[in-house]
Design a protein around this ligand. Structure first.
Ligand code: FMN
Length: 165
């Protein structure tokens, strides 16, 4: 049994996709939790904010949940050919403690998924580059869906099975 964390960048179709991943994982006997970064609504990361303790958000629960998970599935829509701001912003706050963040990411099995207006190929490429840079073990197979394409249940199944190994 593995402990999955689905990290969704937005609360619409991508949260729906996160729910599908989570229910597939639990049907297979795994644990699954979802974090919705849009719902979390972190303040925008700026250096000025990092220098004012009153403006630094408490992300310790987020860090703990990420740490406890055996694998992450990051689910985000494509925005302007890249990563949406909620995800980018969360990564910036997480990386303030760079050494621990690097330790947290190194070797972590990560699956990527998107529901975008088009196919979401650009956000998948951007997330692959981002999470590989952070040291994660990013899975080759991805789940892409969009206006004209449903998420493939076989892909979701295979991603869960392979990430749980
Ligand atoms: C600011 C913005 C930029 C977008 N840029 C793209 C894009 O470059 N490529 C694309 O396929 N869809 C783009 N979209 C569409 C979103 O990917 C699509 O609506 C997605 O389903 C939104 O996810 P959600 O339903 O979880 O909020 C954009 C949407 C917004 C709001």
């Amino acid at each position: 049994m593995a402990r999955f964390l689905m990290i969704t960048a937005t609360s619409g179709t991508n949260l729906e996709l996160a729910n599908t991943f989570a229910s597939t994982a639990t049907e297979k006997g795994h644990d699954a939790e979802i974090i919705d970064l849009a719902e979390m609504d972190l303040p925008m990361f700026t250096i000025a904010r990092t220098e004012d303790p009153e403006q630094v958000p408490d992300i310790s629960d987020l860090v703990d949940t990420m740490m406890q998970a055996d694998a992450w599935i990051v689910i985000a829509p494509e925005y302007n050919g890249s990563i949406p701001p909620t995800l980018n912003n969360a990564l910036a706050w997480l990386s303030r403690d760079w050494k621990s963040f690097q330790t947290l990411c190194t070797g972590k099995p990560v699956g990527l998924a998107t529901h975008s207006g088009g196919g979401g190929a650009h956000v998948i490429m951007a997330m692959r580059q981002q999470f590989s840079y952070l040291g994660a073990d990013v899975m080759g197979r991805v789940c892409q869906s969009g206006r004209d394409k449903e998420a493939n249940p076989e892909t979701i199944d295979a991603m869960i099975d392979n990430l749980a190994r």
